[in-house]
Write a protein that binds this ligand. Structure first.
Ligand SMILES: [Zn+2]
Length: 335
């Protein structure tokens, strides 16, 4: 007799084989064994034309009911449930539309989306469509902050240069950030946008008091920076990280240097920094470095602006730098 073949899923994990009833506090519960997988192939089913059109043709497809004419995007039904299951046909919709909700912004993302944060996530009704498409939202004007994209804001679909056939191949940005040519162009790609011209906030002219506050803040920041660079623990917060940051305030401009554990404040203006920070009152930043209020919060509250969305990660590291220094001081105090 042939030996029984060992299966990939062990016998006891097949629901019908080992499901049983267990009793807890005189109540019976059905306990089913099941298997879970982490690697899998998945057919996109009726969504395939939608994702293939994004990947290969830079088109957004919907499905149109041949009876009632409703256009659903994405095309999630082959037959209209409102019209006795009349067949639907694929149609292309426009790449411009209006937000039908104000998108919440994710600042602190899970590891899977860490390199994409901050991003907005909301629903857009593209012109020619009757249903809303869920999309990620970005801005080219600097950090994404609340109020920049609201319900009713007109946005345009942007296609990533490298597309794999996923919803993350596209995202939207406000049309107010685009030229008329860009708005008119179908299949506008990420690399065609200008990400290097963010809108810096403008400050009113500085008074003598502003200049005095600036000088005093700078002095105190240098002192904190010195402590940070000497703290073994604080250094770990910016290990392997290097950024030259230009900081603009009402009373004056200065530089912050993050260099693999070293943190330094300089009095000079930087010509080609990695990114720009702007805050009217330098004490906002000083407080953050002293661990009196997070710098990330200052960004979200629009007290501090940064020129590159993805540099929110660096702001996050500055907060850790401040926190680690305080932690080390506390430890030393209790020793
Ligand atoms: Zn219909």
């Amino acid at each position: 007799m042939a030996e029984k073949k060992q299966k990939v899923i062990a016998e006891e994990y097949i629901p019908e084989v080992k499901s049983r009833v267990i009793t807890i506090d005189n109540k019976d519960y059905l306990l089913q064994n099941d298997a879970m997988f982490t690697f899998y192939e998945r057919s996109m089913g009726e969504f395939s034309p939608f994702f293939l059109a994004i990947r290969d043709e830079k088109k957004i497809l919907g499905c149109k009911c041949s009876k009632c004419g409703i256009v659903r995007v994405p095309p999630f039904v082959t037959h209209c449930p409102d019209c006795d299951f009349t067949p639907t046909e694929p149609v292309e919709v426009e790449q411009i539309g209006k937000m039908n909700t104000t998108p919440p912004i994710t600042y602190f993302a899970t590891s899977m989306f860490l390199d994409k944060a901050p991003f907005g996530r909301g629903r857009v009704i593209l012109n020619g469509a009757d249903t809303a498409l869920s999309v990620m939202l970005y801005t080219t004007t600097g950090i994404l902050v609340p109020g920049l994209i609201k319900k009713g804001t007109e946005v345009k679909v942007i296609f990533k240069d490298e597309r794999v056939g996923q919803i993350s191949d596209i995202y939207c940005i406000p049309t107010s950030e685009l030229t008329p040519e860009q708005i008119a162009k179908k299949g506008l790609q990420e690399s065609e946008l200008n990400w290097e011209a963010p809108k810096e906030p403008e400050f009113p002219p500085a008074s003598n008091e502003d200049i005095a506050i600036f000088k005093q803040s700078l002095k105190e920041m240098r002192a904190v920076a010195g402590e940070m660079s000497r703290s073994k623990r604080a250094r770990r917060a910016i290990e392997g990280w290097k950024r030259d940051i230009a900081v603009k305030t009402k009373g004056g401009e200065f530089a912050m240097y993050i260099n693999d554990g070293n943190f330094r404040i300089g009095e000079e203006k930087l010509d080609s920094p990695d990114f720009i920070m702007a805050c009217e009152d330098p004490r906002t930043l000083l407080d953050g470095l002293r661990y009196k209020g997070a710098i990330t919060d200052a960004v979200i509250m629009k007290k501090l602006w940064i020129s590159k969305n993805m540099e929110f990660n660096t702001v996050f590291k500055l907060d850790r730098l401040a926190r680690f220094l305080v932690m080390e001081k506390k430890e030393q105090a209790t020793r």
